[in-house]
Design a protein around this ligand. Sequence first.
Ligand code: ADP
Ligand code: MG
Length: 246
Amino acid sequence: MIEIKNLQKNFGPHEILKNISLSIPAHQVVAVIGPSGSGKSTFLRCINGLETITGGTITVDGHVIDANASKKAQQNEIYAIRRKTGMVFQQFNLYPHKTAVQNVMEALLVVKKMPKEKAYSIAANLLEKVGLAAKEDAYPSQLSGGQQQRVAIARALAMEPKLMLFDEPTSALDPELVGEVLKVMKELAEDGMTMIIVTHEMKFARSAADRILFMADGVIVEDAKPAAFFEHPQTARAQKFLQQVT
Ligand code: ADP
Ligand code: MG
């Protein structure tokens, strides 16, 4: 599903991602962990073209972003990748003046030009899937952070993505609301969605992911199965990180 070769990303003179190569098969659930500033968000943002890349190639479901291709060619591939990718951020970014169901319908109406009744039926189903059937007509301000984030997940799912990217989806939530969002993500993983999740929730990473990528200083330092990573981290960096967070 994803093939990354020699990915490099600079911001000005700073090399933020250093020659990352990696492949992720369909249906795999990958948790990306590591210290703040190590490049995790930048890595996700490169995958769906929110950042231009400095070097290398990123292939998602057959579409190739090549740092050496023309800007226009890259942009076309980025559009194709975005159509297949859902992204969920730490901040939920819902439209404040639209209800939950209208938020989920929006892209179906605007991007897919779907008739209203059909969009509504899909959106209502998705809200039910994330446990919010009763909140269809609520505005974001009337929802808890955990409910808003579940609406954001339903909204991303409306476009039927083949890949879901999550950037610290529970970091802005009060502790008691984290579990309801992780539960929805876990169900999505069990449904077979290909997912890359940047998270600080180590218990979740261990139980829901198939694979852990530990990043530090723009490099993937460890790439291992969760049990192996958490029980026997190979590098001093990972050992120190795990001591600090667990
Ligand atoms: P993480 O998500 O692991 O905390 P980031 O990917 O956000 O790390 O950031 C990695 C590094 O890139 C940091 O040093 C950060 O300051 C830098 N960085 C991120 N975005 C930008 C930007 N738009 N311009 C310049 N530097 C950036
Ligand atoms: Mg980040």
